[in-house]
Design a protein around this ligand. Structure first.
Ligand code: COA
Length: 333
């Protein structure tokens, strides 16, 4: 008979620390308009974005991810050796191996941790939180470091007026630890393959290798299609996550959706009939859309600015290329 990790006493997962890293270079809408036919006013009214951060060459996924992770580990009051696993959610890493997670674990001194990358596009952070919570409940790890780290600018054609103003760079991190009370509700997730074509790469890196005379791969997005799908489908997913966690909108203190577009956030908040006391994350205004880094960055911003407090209940929902999606209700650290 094999022995398996199986806990006698039930235990749950809980976020116990968050941290963020925003690249040094701030890019305003005026600078973006030098590359695309647009206006500062159009960008702000259609997306909510006023400025964002672009990474330099030196601000790699691992550099940004480790900086965010160090803050999260310090906020959790842990020693890096307490971390049992590191999960890096990323969709923009152009280096297949080794994984970003091993580099982040090494940089922060998490020498006893397993480490792997997870790609669920902009839903990556919520996928990773669900995975970490399951690992802790099963007894496979006591503390899991979850990081979202992205360099969208490596994949964006700066002259593409659909996405050049929307996407940006950064990293956010959370430490998930054990708790006697549930601190992370069940994850409600999925992958809608009917929408495979909504956000794509123009070609594969393998194809590019065989034909370097052609242009390198970049992202393309059918913005209207993603917008319509998000406002049609994501309110139901959010309701399912609340119902699975046994809470209603009245119990929430914060709504922290993927910072895709402020208009999508506003439509979802309206469809969910969130009461006036629920604070809605608006980190996109100064950070742009940073894919899997956007939710932990927005969470950190809400906590450090005093918009939300430790112990508050927050509804998280991520969605992105695939189209993938994942939502859960969490107690803020
Ligand atoms: C990309 C997005 C901001 C575009 O906004 P939109 O309101 O849908 O804009 P549309 O594409 O319908 O275009 C509306 C008009 O603005 C114009 N337009 C498009 N991009 C523009 C730009 N950057 N600047 C100025 N005008 C622009 C279009 O040409 C169109 O003009 P027309 O009405 O004369 O034809 C929006 O679709 C969006 O945010 N989608 C979801 C993106 C997302 O969440 N992605 C997540 C991926 S992980």
């Amino acid at each position: 008979m094999l022995r398996a990790s199986c806990r006698q006493e039930p235990r749950f997962g809980r976020i116990i620390g968050v941290g963020g890293y925003r690249p040094q270079r701030v890019v305003d809408n005026g600078e973006i308009c030098r590359s695309i036919d647009s206006s500062e006013e159009w960008i702000e009214t259609r997306s909510g974005i006023r400025r964002r951060h672009f990474a330099t060459r030196e601000e790699t996924h691992a550099v940004m991810g480790a900086a965010a992770a160090e803050k999260a580990i310090a906020a959790a009051g842990l020693d890096p050796l307490d971390i049992g696993c590191v999960i890096v959610a990323t969709t923009t890493n152009l280096v297949s191996l080794p994984s970003v997670a091993v580099d982040v674990a090494h940089r922060v001194g998490a020498r006893r941790a397993g480490a792997f990358d997870l790609n669920a596009a902009c839903a990556g952070f919520c996928y990773a939180v669900g995975t970490a919570s399951a690992m802790i409940r099963a007894g496979e790890a006591d503390h899991v470091l979850v990081v979202g780290a992205e360099r969208l600018t490596d994949l964006v054609d700066p002259t593409d007026r659909q996405i050049a103003f929307l996407l940006a760079d950064g990293a956010g991190a959370a430490v998930i630890g054990p708790s006697e009370e549930p601190g992370i509700g069940p994850v409600v997730w999925g992958a809608d393959g009917d929408q495979l074509e909504a956000v794509v790469m123009t070609r594969s890196w393998g194809d590019y290798r065989h034909d370097v005379a052609g242009p390198p791969p970049v992202m393309r997005m059918d913005g209207r299609r993603v917008f319509r799908w998000a406002v049609d489908e994501m309110a139901n997913t959010a309701r399912e996550a609340m119902s699975a966690a046994g809470v209603t909108a009245d119990d929430l203190a914060a709504f922290i959706p993927h910072q895709a577009n402020m208009r999508i956030t506003e439509v979802l908040a309206k469809e969910l009939a969130l009461p006036a006391h629920v604070v809605v994350a608006d980190d996109i205004v100064t950070t742009g859309n940073t894919s899997s880094a956007s939710i932990p960055l927005a969470m950190e911003h809400m906590l450090t600015s005093g918009q939300a407090a430790s112990g508050d209940l927050a509804l998280l929902i991520g969605f992105g290329a695939g189209l993938t999606y994942a939502a859960q209700v969490v107690r803020l650290p």
